[in-house]
Design a protein around this ligand. Structure first.
Ligand SMILES: Cc1cc2nc3c(=O)[nH]c(=O)nc-3n(C[C@H](O)[C@H](O)[C@H](O)COP(=O)(O)OP(=O)(O)OC[C@H]3O[C@@H](n4cnc5c(N)ncnc54)[C@H](O)[C@@H]3O)c2cc1C
Length: 495
């Protein structure tokens, strides 16, 4: 059978692409290396507690907001149930030195007001920052369905200014700058590297509203599966794509699969990490400069993560996440501080679809190099030295958590710990980057189109990480195929 399209990778961007193409009448095959679709979203359960891995919360899912419209278009809205995080503090910024805590509320006006109350001398800076974030979001293709797609618009994200430069130009208040940079943990790039435009495109949605999905990422994965089945998309799991076949005239003609099978198609959307893409494409199909550029893309920070239960509930995590910061400058060099003295992000777990106050996940940004000594080992076959490293890291994390929550002292039981090697092996990022490659000033990430006729790209490397970024990248790729005007018109019907 010859397909109109194959989509390589069944993460959020791949599934978005497959659904969009199927909704437009194309015959689609969706190929996934893992044994299930959306592996990053599914998390895992232990002792009756469900721990999310690739999804905790999102911005832009409030009624009538972009992700709500996108989910309606994708046929997901009736299949998931979302809930609001605490409007008075969806994220709690907790700095140890100087001692300072701020509950970040949703709503631009409320955020401006609260920040103004705490930093009265900085009202002009706060206003200017929020105005610029809002203006940036209003100009983004697909986030705003009336914006004309301009390929040069992304240059702002490459040329800068960086978030740090922007904040330095507005204020000298170190604590305020640290607070406004705290969401760099959501995309894994330091404030001194990420462009203000990229930062704004991501946080702007969270400033509007923040929601979780009942049952977490697993519920979203199940909703995706149901829609794919309804549309008759042929989903092949445990099928790794090993190559892209190019026919006469250099046009894409099919894909090769591990085990020697192949699949014929007229076109493909690849959503894999750019470095994996290089391994899939025949030599000579991309220009050497493009190959070099993709090979050199820097990866986002990696992380050490803990998955824990506590005897006592952690009330502060119901409807909110916590950013624990040792000091106001600890976000400047993301990943370079030792565990226990580095920023730590805490989020709650689930039990039977509802938030479980006794369970939580901790994410601490660290560099891949920290686990370099065991780089050649694989999941399930790690050496003793690695296990000792993990145990020590968990101890340091425990002390940090207990400093913030003295009530939890002696009551935390770690169920699992994961390292940059785990991230590398489960997220398919060659250097353990939490969110694939960086979006940063000076780095040219790939676009949806490629030099190979019939090969398009989507995924977090193209637009931005996060559910929103992955969905947007799917729309950009499909818009390139179907015509952006047609895509926008279809989406507008869901407004
Ligand atoms: C710890 C963590 C927490 C996160 N928390 C949030 C959050 O709270 N909110 C939020 O919005 N986002 C969050 N994210 C980010 C979000 O999960 C990702 O940005 C998004 O899911 C990426 O989707 P994608 O489709 O671009 O990539 P992926 O999900 O990586 O999809 C690519 C797929 O391709 C498959 N693949 C790779 N190679 C091949 C091959 N050769 N053949 C076939 N298939 C292949 C992979 O198995 C994978 O399924 C988090 C991420 C992490 C790691």
């Amino acid at each position: 059978m010859r397909y109109d399209f194959t989509v390589i990778g069944a993460g959020v961007s791949g599934i978005t692409s497959a659904i969009t193409l199927a909704q437009n009448g194309y015959r689609v095959a969706l190929l996934e290396k893992a044994d299930r679709t959306a592996p990053l979203l599914r998390g895992f359960s232990r002792q009756g507690v469900h721990f999310d891995t690739g999804f905790h919360y999102t911005g832009g899912l409030g009624a009538g907001e972009p992700l709500d419209i996108f989910f309606r278009y994708l046929g997901l809205s009736e299949r998931i149930s979302s809930y609001s995080f605490d409007e008075n503090g969806f994220d709690i910024f907790h700095c140890e030195s100087p001692g300072f805590e701020f509950r970040i509320p949703t709503g631009y006006d409320r955020l401006q007001e609260r920040l103004g109350e705490v930093f009265p001398g900085e009202r002009a800076a706060i206003r200017s920052y929020l105005l610029q974030v809002r203006a940036t979001c209003a100009d983004l293709p697909y986030m705003n369905l009336d914006v004309v797609i301009d390929p040069n618009a992304s240059l702002q994200r490459i040329f800068g200014p960086t978030l740090r430069e922007k904040l330095d130009s507005l204020t000298e208040n170190v604590l305020l700058k640290s607070l406004l940079s705290s969401h760099c943990l959501l995309y894994g790039v330091s404030c001194s590297e990420v462009s203000f435009a990229q930062h704004a495109a991501i946080v702007g949605n969270y400033y509007e509203s923040v929601r979780g999905i009942r049952g977490g990422g697993l519920s979203l994965a199940r909703a995706f599966d149901a829609r794919l089945a309804e549309l008759g998309v042929d989903v092949f799991c445990s099928r790794e794509v090993t190559g892209i076949t190019v026919g006469p005239g250099g046009t894409l003609s099919g894909v090769q699969l591990a085990g020697g099978d192949s699949l014929e198609c007229n076109a493909a959307i690849a959503t894999v990490h750019p470095r994996i893409l290089l391994d899939l494409t025949p030599e000579g199909t991309f220009r050497p400069a493009y190959r070099k550029r993709l090979a050199a893309l820097e990866e986002t920070v990696s992380a050490f993560m803990c998955f824990a239960v506590s005897n006592n509930p952690v009330p502060a995590l119901a409807g909110a996440n916590r950013f624990l910061l040792p000091d106001a400058e600890s976000l400047y060099d993301l990943g370079k501080r030792p565990i226990g003295d580095a920023p730590l992000y805490l989020s709650s777990a689930y039990r039977e679809g509802a938030v479980e106050p006794h369970g939580f996940i901790g994410i601490c940004p660290i560099l891949f190099t920290e686990t370099a000594p065991w780089e050649s080992s694989r999941f399930g076959k790690r050496p003793e030295g690695y296990r000792q490293y993990k145990a020590q890291a968990l101890e340091r994390m425990q002390r940090q958590i207990e400093r913030a929550y003295p009530d939890l002292a002696g009551n935390i039981h770690f169920i699992e710990g994961s390292t940059p090697l785990t991230v590398r092996d489960h997220c398919n990022t060659p250097l353990g980057g939490l969110y694939g490659v960086k979006h940063m000033v000076g780095q040219y990430n790939p676009h949806s189109t490629t030099r190979i006729p019939g090969l398009f790209l989507a995924g977090q490397a193209v637009v931005s990480p996060g559910i929103m970024g992955a969905v947007l990248s799917g729309f950009l790729a499909c818009g390139t195929v179907l015509g952006h005007d047609i895509m926008r018109k279809e989406l507008k019907v869901c407004c």
